[in-house]
Design a protein around this ligand. Structure first.
Ligand code: AMP
Length: 216
């Protein structure tokens, strides 16, 4: 399958789209946010450093991101095609990524921008809660996936919690960072002829639109 780079604002639907593609086409899903969150739990100096950057909604330094990413791209499950979710975030990362794929003999594939409204994004982030036990995701503001009993997981009865960066202040910060640093990527990939847009408001529509690109 074609490799996919997903470009989108926080909570624009990257996670949902990736899940559907993993299930249907067996893609490897590489989220740099997940790689960083997992590294931030390690009780090392590096773990604490990453944890602080994540809490403030800042971008983590390229050196750390590339170390984790290169290690991940060396694993076997990416051979069938992989989705990059949350990377590259800046033009600098995009250029460095071109060098890495050349070195590792990987294809760029397609770059897909998810278009989702600002108000939809804010509600998805500020209302998002997760289960401490099984990781299921709910929302208390959008009307989609509302937990039946407040603070309790419908699936396993576990307690629900908010990610520390899912507050309005951090959302604004992350959105502004997205606009400022990520938009130049769009021009970069457009010039290469690898850029495509799909609508991120609706789950089924999103899958249909990306499938057209994959089978093209
Ligand atoms: P995400 O799960 O993609 O929303 O990412 C959560 C946080 O991880 C971001 O707010 C950044 O602090 C950090 N992060 C994720 N991907 C990158 C990246 N490619 N470069 C720098 N920081 C990143």
């Amino acid at each position: 399958m074609k490799n996919i780079i997903l470009i989108a604002a926080p909570a624009a639907g990257k996670g949902t789209l990736s899940e559907m593609l993993v299930e249907k086409y067996n893609y490897a899903h590489i989220s740099t946010g997940d790689l960083l969150r997992s590294a931030s739990h390690e009780e090392t100096e590096l773990g604490v450093k990453i944890s602080n950057m994540l809490k403030n909604g800042e971008l983590v330094t390229d050196e750390i991101v590339f170390e984790l990413l290169e290690k991940r791209l060396g694993e076997n499950d990416i051979k069938n095609g992989y989705i990059l979710d949350g990377f590259p975030r800046t033009l600098g990362q995009a250029k460095k990524y071109d060098e890495i794929i050349e070195k590792l003999n990987l294809d760029l594939g397609i770059v897909v921008v998810l278009n989702t409204e600002y108000e939809t994004l804010k509600k998805r982030i500020v209302g998002r809660v997760l289960c401490k036990n099984c990781g299921a995701v709910y929302n208390t503001l959008t009307g989609v996936n509302t937990p039946k009993v407040s603070n309790i997981c419908d699936k396993c009865g576990g307690e629900l919690y908010k990610r520390s960066d899912d507050n309005e202040e951090s959302f604004k910060n992350r959105y502004e960072t997205y606009l400022e640093k990520t938009k130049p990527l769009i021009d970069y990939y457009e010039k290469k002829g690898s850029l495509f847009y799909i609508n991120g408001e609706n789950k089924e529509q999103m899958l249909k639109e990306i499938e057209v690109l994959l089978h093209d």
